[in-house]
Design a protein around this ligand. Structure first.
Ligand SMILES: [Zn+2]
Length: 427
């Protein structure tokens, strides 16, 4: 049986992927595309990285994995959790705690115990899982950090995380040095080359975040240089195997993004809609927001305050209600890819707010630190531009139509039954 590699290029839109493949600007991606099957697939909602990477790693939407947003109100601890919307937002929420939430608590505490990560499922079946830089990494092996004063983490057996955790000495340079020049993906490439050279895994998640960083700054249509660097990081794996034929003889491949991006033309403060309303917490960042009703019973009232250009979602007697432009009805969600399913799953997450907001095209919500990406790109909404991703499989059969289909596809490849929540419904 071939081993498998999941390559995730953060924030890569299908349009950018397809154009790069066609033009020859991304030769490694083009070679994989020529060897495999490709389609456009759908992300989860909110289409924000921690939510999406948890969906990729567990095969569940937020109702299963429990991660609701980049920023959310922890009802049990009565505090905001901030996974790094921006440095300023992290500082506003408390920097030390922000880092702890992002790196440790998300995996050890916030990620639902009812969800099974692909690493946990594989290693229970005696396989070796490996992960590079993906922030959803929960596994069964305890890892000691490279820095003093930092807690240990539980990840897959081979675990590499921004130089902070390194299960094996690969000689890779420190990762977090020059983000704009692609230093994190360069770190991933060094580690990935080491792992492929030693054939040191059954399944590897190779997560490349630098493209998203560039797309936030420059906008989703202006990232050709960044995509060339992502392509070089993929080429590093292929070269380490001795070329494309050897690479594909050894590995089945899934290549996808976690979400897309769209251009930002204006900034809103979602908080402003709730001025003077007591016992409300607004958690907003990028192109999605959540409103927590600390008193309860006011979901409709709060949803009616949301600006009419946005989509407001809430539950009424257990049913999903969607509002936009003064209209109300579940059929509004048919304007968005897998809109009904994704909205229902986001609202069913016990950590989500009572009201969820999907931003209008071109709009972004400023984060806790007042930061935004005006003039650049962002994501988070139900809109197709934020939600559609490239989905390419090589040696794994047809590509899934959702990022939640990736983990079950990988498990099926290894003859492992996926968790019950991830099994396709019987026809
Ligand atoms: Zn992003």
């Amino acid at each position: 049986m071939r081993k498998a590699i999941l390559i995730v290029i953060d924030g890569l839109t299908p349009q950018a992927f397809e154009a790069a493949v066609e033009s020859g600007r991304a030769p490694a991606l083009a070679a994989l595309h020529a060897a495999g099957s490709y389609r456009r697939a759908v992300s989860t909602f909110p289409s924000l990285t921690p939510v999406c990477l948890s969906a990729l790693a567990t095969g569940g939407h937020p109702d299963v994995h429990g991660i609701p947003h980049l920023v959310w109100w922890h009802r049990g601890e009565q505090r905001l959790v901030e996974y790094g919307s921006s440095f300023h937002a992290m500082r506003a929420a408390g920097l030390t705690r922000g880092l702890r939430d992002t790196i440790f608590n998300m995996n050890q505490q916030h990620l639902s115990r009812d969800a099974v990560t692909v690493y946990e499922a594989l290693e229970s079946a005696g396989r070796t899982a490996a992960a590079i830089n993906i922030t959803c990494y929960r596994g069964g092996t305890r890892h000691v950090p490279t820095l003093p004063g930092v807690p240990h983490a539980f990840g897959p057996r081979r675990f590499f995380f921004y130089s902070l955790f390194e299960s094996d000495p690969t000689g890779a340079p420190i990762a977090v040095r020059s983000r704009a020049a692609g230093s994190i993906d360069a770190y991933a490439a060094t580690v990935g080359r080491w792992l492929v050279t030693r054939d040191g895994f059954d399944f590897l998640v190779y997560y490349l975040p630098d493209y998203d960083f560039a797309s936030h700054a420059l906008g989703p249509d202006d990232c050709e240089d960044a995509l060339a660097r992502s392509d070089a990081a993929v080429a590093a794996l292929i070269d380490a195997a001795g070329g494309l034929d050897e690479f594909l003889e050894r590995y089945a491949v899934v290549l996808c993004a976690d979400h897309g991006q769209t251009r930002i033309e204006r900034v809103d403060r979602l908080e402003d809609a709730f001025t003077g309303v007591e016992d409300v917490v607004v958690a907003a960042s990028n192109r999605a927001g959540m409103v927590y009703d600390l008193r309860g019973g006011r979901a409709r009232e709060l949803a009616e305050r949301v600006g009419p250009e946005h989509v407001a979602l809430f539950l009424e007697e257990g049913s999903v209600v969607a509002r936009r432009g003064g209209e109300e009805g579940i059929e509004l969600l048919d304007d968005y890819p897998q809109g009904r399913e994704r909205a229902a799953a986001a609202l069913a997450n016990p950590n989500a707010g009572e009201v969820l907001v999907s931003a209008a095209p071109g709009a972004e919500f400023a984060d806790l630190g007042g930061r935004h990406h005006l003039g650049g790109g962002s994501h988070g909404s139900l809109e197709a531009g934020d939600s559609l991703v490239p989905m390419l499989t090589v040696g794994l059969g047809p590509p899934p139509d959702s990022i939640t289909g990736v983990a079950p596809l990988v498990l099926a490849h290894f003859d492992i039954e996926p968790p019950a929540y991830a099994r396709p419904l019987a026809a």
